[in-house]
Design a binder for this molecule. Sequence first.
Ligand SMILES: Cc1cc2nc3c(=O)[nH]c(=O)nc-3n(C[C@H](O)[C@H](O)[C@H](O)COP(=O)(O)OP(=O)(O)OC[C@H]3O[C@@H](n4cnc5c(N)ncnc54)[C@H](O)[C@@H]3O)c2cc1C
Length: 378
Amino acid sequence: MKKKLAVIGCGIAGLTVANLFKNNSNFDLKLYERKKELSLEEGYGIQLSPNSVSVLNKINFSNIQNNSFFNPSKLNFYSSDNKKICDLNLERFNKNSYKYTTLKRSTLIEFLKTDLFYNNIKFGKEVKRVSKIKEKLLINFNDNTNDLVDYLIISDGIFSKTKSIVESVNIQPVYSGSIAVRSLIKVQEDFPFDKKNISLIMLKNAHIVIYPINKKGELNLVCIIRQKFSKKIDVNLLIKTEIISQNKNLENLFNNYLEFWPVYETKKPYRSTYENLFYLGDAFYTFTPTMAQGASQSIESAYELFNLLSNDTKDLQNVYFQKRLNKIRLVNKRSRLNYYSFHLSNPLMVKTRNFLLKKFIKSEKFLDSYLGNIYQTI
Ligand SMILES: Cc1cc2nc3c(=O)[nH]c(=O)nc-3n(C[C@H](O)[C@H](O)[C@H](O)COP(=O)(O)OP(=O)(O)OC[C@H]3O[C@@H](n4cnc5c(N)ncnc54)[C@H](O)[C@@H]3O)c2cc1C
């Protein structure tokens, strides 16, 4: 008999897991989304490392329109005065069929929704309660409808209201200590960085990442600035005092509309008290964005969970939780080290960092362990 599976939240994580399951005839799939339609967050770019692209290829990502994504071959490191320090060869992590990829989030969401039967997604749905009935889970929604399922996947993002409701505890992420500022750049004549690759500019208490998001010359800019939490932020003033004050030549990067938000991270992942309920993507764990692994790990974990469920794995909850925990530890260690070293201010420390960076970036052994373990392993 078919197993009933419900997914709550249709972001990158929820849509990926749904796409993986949609051709598995052993499962009957339903998706529930709080919003009235899928949130595209137009303009916002993401980087996908080869680990996640290899998963997306299983659901035909390789058929995506050629000019709607980019395959950067290098990550260039710059110091605060725009001087290039060194570059990392990203192609060493690629395989013929899956490469380091950058694109708009909206392009990825459009792709993920294409093959899903729209009547599988119910919009305007929020979970009110989940209760166990024998081996199954009964989901009650706010609009007084319900669904009885064998498995429940919760992928409703970083603030995961559903997690707090289901587990009957208030589980909240914590402020990471940084603000993220985002903008879209149309390539200008005098653009001082590499237009065809990823540029990382390391400043005092901040860093900027710029990368192409398609083959039409559009670039995504994300700037992470250490900042005390405040509800009222004048983003233009912040850029002026924290970024332009360090390098006047960066002013041109911030001419377009600037969007900003506080960056949150998860304190620790939560193992559900229900054996057949799983948290996925940011609802499971949210990383600081200094390894650009949030979406990639969401995709990777969707594949992990899909395999475990499809193979009817024994002790499923523990196996999934432990696998994820190991990966989180790996990514987290590197994210924290990156966060610290990207933002150094002491000139001696900056000099030492740059020296070590140039040295390590040439070491195959170091690259295999620091990045290969994440970019190439699922
Ligand atoms: C500054 C910044 C830069 C980043 N850059 C990168 C990058 O370059 N590469 C990368 O891999 N990752 C990046 N990330 C992280 C990445 O965007 C996220 O990790 C990823 O989008 C998480 O996907 P998700 O599906 O888990 O959650 P979300 O995308 O948040 O989706 C959650 C979905 O659930 C819905 N929902 C919410 N509440 C409910 C509810 N109660 N009931 C039902 N539905 C609900 C929402 O409407 C939404 O559709 C970045 C993050 C930040 C902050």
